[in-house]
Design a protein around this ligand. Structure first.
Ligand SMILES: C[S@@+](CC[C@H](N)C(=O)[O-])C[C@H]1O[C@@H](n2cnc3c(N)ncnc32)[C@H](O)[C@@H]1O
Length: 379
């Protein structure tokens, strides 16, 4: 067993944090996250409603905050541009994609230019007067000039907190943390949410809307991968712990696989708007609507629809990569004191053992999405 001998210094901690948050690159993320795309597609009516309230200005600046490789929202933006052009609005459109500096912006730019993925969503090539820009600064800060944003959008990104407030000792995610750890995550998430909203308030033009769908905990206590059957994060924890018990990872590596995420409740999302004396209310932001939504796991649905034609092993082999696309970096980063090949072999074993469990008995294994969807207006 390899011991983790040296504590990482502050600089490598920060770099590590960025890689922990990253999605897998080269289009792997969007190719394996059909559910995220379905959730995005479901807000098209809200986005179209927002188009009816666009500010009066010479050009239109839109932004997609935390866009990853851009693949999951490309169809939505294509529809939005098509809708505007069909309605006779020929104004210049600037679309600013934001993510962390470690993000795979290269795939994103290639997708919009038709050099990668589905050419029907390469809207930059299909429409005149549309300009795609990238921004590699985190969304907790203001990212563009004051009062310049006509329509903001963000999907499945703002559950990432700006800093890990603590390691979770006996689980991998805040949904399984002890009360003290959970309170630390909740505090960090509340501060972050206020920062995010105030930054958007500064950027938005008067009348502009911000449509944001985030992972969260719904009124029934459900969250990603925990909607009735097995809880996915408990399964991550079980399989990661099995590696600890088998002395394949150290205790420190076990605890360092803490997801830098907080799933806010509806109440936590709405809190800044409920306080009429608070900074967010004073910034001019108003909450127009909130709803929660379950998006069914497309892989489980396909398995059920096959009525036995798809084997349990094939189902398991389709389900695990969608979990892996966004979670792998967390486990790999926990092993970053090891040579890369050794760390990768351990992480491969981790996902293989989860896949084997699903293949053995797929009942109750799925990754349904739970989103809290909000429409916010700058008054
Ligand atoms: C699960 S992906 C969602 C991607 C896409 N919006 C979707 O819905 O499919 C989350 C994205 O948020 C990004 N992210 C996390 N923290 C961020 C931050 N502070 N600022 C900008 N992007 C961030 C991650 O890098 C990642 O690309």
């Amino acid at each position: 067993m390899k011991k983790n001998t040296s504590a990482p210094d502050a600089k490598s901690e920060t770099l590590n944090m960025q890689s922990v948050l990253s999605m897998r690159s080269s289009g792997y993320y969007s190719q394996r996250t059909a559910g995220a795309k379905h959730a995005i597609d479901s807000v098209l009516p809200l986005m179209k409603e927002a188009l009816g309230h666009l500010p009066v200005s010479d050009m239109l600046r839109f932004a997609d905050f935390g866009a990853a490789d851009g693949g999951t929202s490309a169809a939505l933006w294509t529809e939005i541009i098509a809708h505007l052009r069909q309605s006779g609005d020929g104004r210049a459109i600037e679309i600013l994609y934001t993510d962390l500096p470690s993000n795979d912006f290269s795939t994103l730019f290639k997708t919009m230019q038709g050099m990668h993925g589905d050419p029907s969503v390469a809207y930059q090539s299909r429409y005149e007067n549309v300009f795609v820009h990238g921004c590699g600064t985190g969304f907790h800060r203001q990212l563009m000039a004051n009062s310049s944003l006509a329509l903001g959008f963000s999907a499945t990104a703002m559950h990432y907190v700006s800093e890990k407030p603590c390691e979770i000792e006996e689980h991998v995610h805040m949904v399984g943390a002890n009360p003290d750890e959970r309170a630390q995550f909740a505090r960090r998430a509340a501060e972050d949410w206020e920062k995010i909203l105030l930054a958007r308030a500064a950027e938005m033009q008067e009348g502009a809307r911000f449509i944001v769908l985030n992972f969260g905990i719904d009124e029934k206590g459900r969250f990603l991968g925990n909607t009735g059957g097995h809880s996915m994060f408990d399964k991550f924890n079980d399989h990661w712990r099995a590696l600890l018990n088998a002395e394949k990872i150290t205790r420190d590596e076990f605890r360092r696989a803490t997801f830098v995420q907080h799933y806010r409740t509806v109440e936590e999302f709405e809190a800044p708007f409920a306080d009429s004396d608070g900074a967010v209310s004073k910034s001019g932001l108003r909450l127009k609507s909130t709803r929660t939504q379950l998006t069914e796991c497309p892989y489980y649905r396909a398995f059920q629809a096959s009525e036995g034609a798809m084997s349990a092993a094939d189902y398991a082999a389709s389900l695990i990569p969608t979990m892996r696309s966004w979670s792998e970096t967390v486990f790999l980063s926990a092993l970053d004191a090891r040579p890369r090949a050794e760390a990768q072999a351990i992480v491969d074993e981790f996902y293989q053992s989860y896949e084997d469990e699903v293949a053995q008995n797929p009942e109750g294994h799925a990754m349904d999405y739970i989103h809290v969807i909000m429409m916010i207006e700058k008054t």
